[in-house]
Design a protein around this ligand. Structure first.
Ligand code: AMP
Length: 215
């Protein structure tokens, strides 16, 4: 049973790669960003608060994240990938405590590294399919859909996330550097961090992650 965490700056490809790795290794995919977006779609009071926090480029509180995650983990059997969790040191420490209490361990932390300029370019052009989740980029030739704004797989019109714009990007990136980047050291010291160059093509990144997991 494999347990994997993905850490990356905005739009480095952690969502795309983690979904692909889950398919390849028959793992469950748990994206805390998706769990939060589901909550927003319920249009509850808490959903409205979450939407505001995400659109301000901040992190949602650890209490909310941990309760959504615990609820999700109860229904998961076998290995899984955490995509977007932990996002700060407190979450990482809490997650270690959860794993210890269940006599489990974290196998790999995949860190997809990407510089700020490329991260910004990817955010601004990023669109995705609401049906299959495939991600495209209108600003990067190698990742444009074949027909403008239409999913190659399902022919559905592509959509853009509310928080994928230049203004929110600056805040999200700042939050990433101050809150999430310290996790790189934290996991490096535990000897389970594997760094992958996020500027490579998607297929190359996928191959490199597979090499880590197969080792
Ligand atoms: P993502 O889909 O991973 O890019 O997440 C979108 C947004 O959801 C982030 O910019 C945060 O505001 C929020 N978020 C996702 N995961 C977490 C987490 N583990 N802790 C706090 N906030 C999170």
């Amino acid at each position: 049973m494999k347990s994997i965490v993905f850490i990356a700056p905005p739009a480095a490809g952690k969502g795309t790669q983690s979904i692909r790795i889950c398919k390849e290794y028959h793992l469950s995919h748990i994206s805390t960003g998706d769990l939060l977006r589901e909550e927003i779609n319920h249009d509850s009071e808490i959903g409205k608060r979450i939407k505001q926090i995400i659109n301000d480029g901040f992190l949602v509180s650890d209490d909310i994240i941990l309760s959504l995650l615990m609820r999700k983990l109860e229904n998961i059997k076998g290995g899984y990938i955490l995509d977007g969790f932990p996002r700060n040191l407190n979450q990482a420490i809490k997650y270690d405590e959860i794993l210890n209490s269940q006599n489990k361990k974290l196998d790999y932390v995949i860190y997809i590294n990407l510089d700020k300029e490329l991260s910004k370019k990817r955010i601004i052009g990023r669109v995705s399919c609401p049906q299959c989740g495939n991600v495209y980029n209108n600003m990067l030739e190698e990742n444009c859909p074949q027909k403008e704004n239409i999913c190659d797989n399902c022919q559905m019109p592509l959509i853009k996330r509310d928080d994928d714009n230049e203004e929110i990007f600056e805040k999200r990136y700042e939050t990433y550097i101050s809150e999430t980047a310290p996790l790189i050291d934290y996991y490096q010291q535990k000897g389970i961090l594997f760094e992958i160059d996020g500027s490579l093509l998607k297929d190359e990144i996928f191959k490199k992650i597979c090499e880590v997991i197969n080792d």
